[in-house]
Design a binder for this molecule. Structure first.
Ligand SMILES: *[C@@H]1O[C@H](CO)[C@@H](O)[C@H](O)[C@H]1NC(C)=O
Ligand SMILES: *[C@@H]1O[C@H](CO)[C@@H](O)[C@H](O)[C@H]1NC(C)=O
Ligand SMILES: CC(=O)N[C@H]1CO[C@H](CO)[C@@H](O)[C@@H]1O
Length: 181
């Protein structure tokens, strides 16, 4: 019975993987995404999710691996009063290293598509399957991203069919945390 479930599980995992347009970073190591992060850009299949007031407009500040292998992601988000509020979500690890799931406005799948020493390209897919958000993260205090990071990010935007008009550059806009918040 256990074996049957296991094989059913892998068939399912295979089917899901096959359908997903978010490939995971080969040889993903959780340690590589731990520590401070700074969100440079947000991109989405539906722009309203990432503009000011949008539910996916987040400024990630860090990630920590918990004892059970889950991922604690901390970020700031502006509330309705314009104040920056610190929040976190727990990404539950899956059978695929680099893929986590969490609840936020429905079920989400987070995939680390590409990870380098100074960047991370993160793909968030809302299970309703009509929303994909892609984030480009950099390591503070240096906020530039090497050409391989930029390339991996652009490549993934094309893969997801997200055009440049659906990208928000957070480095030129009011950030969180900001002075007085
Ligand atoms: C985009 O999101 C907004 C707000 O959630 C929604 O009203 C709109 O219908 C969505 N557009 C598409 C094309 O899904
Ligand atoms: C996640 O990290 C935040 C910020 O460091 C902390 O406040 C929160 O307790 C952590 N949650 C868990 C479940 O570890
Ligand atoms: C922001 C967004 O589109 N959230 C959707 C995620 O998916 C759930 C259904 O699983 C919808 O209810 C949310 O509106």
């Amino acid at each position: 019975m256990k074996l049957l479930l296991l094989s059913l599980g892998s068939v399912l995992a295979y089917a899901l993987q096959d359908r997903s347009e978010a490939p995971v970073q080969p040889g993903f190591q959780p340690k590589e995404v731990e520590g401070p992060w700074h969100t440079l850009e947000l991109a989405a299949t539906n722009r309203s999710a990432i503009v000011e007031g949008g539910s996916y407009r987040c400024f990630m500040i860090g990630a920590r691996i918990l004892g059970n292998g889950n991922l604690n992601v901390t970020y700031f988000q502006r509330n309705a009063d314009g104040k920056c509020v610190k929040e976190f979500f727990i990404g539950e690890k899956t059978d695929t290293p680099g893929v986590y799931t969490f609840e936020y406005k429905g079920k989400n799948v987070l995939t680390f598509v590409a990870v380098g020493s100074d960047f991370a390209v993160m793909d968030f897919e809302n299970n309703s399957l009509d929303l994909v958000v892609v984030e480009l993260q950099a390591r503070p205090p240096l906020l530039s991203v090497s050409p391989p990071g930029r390339e991996a990010y652009s490549e993934h935007l094309s893969r997801r069919g997200i055009g440049l008009d659906n990208v928000e550059d957070l480095t030129v806009q009011a950030r969180c945390p900001s002075l007085g918040s």
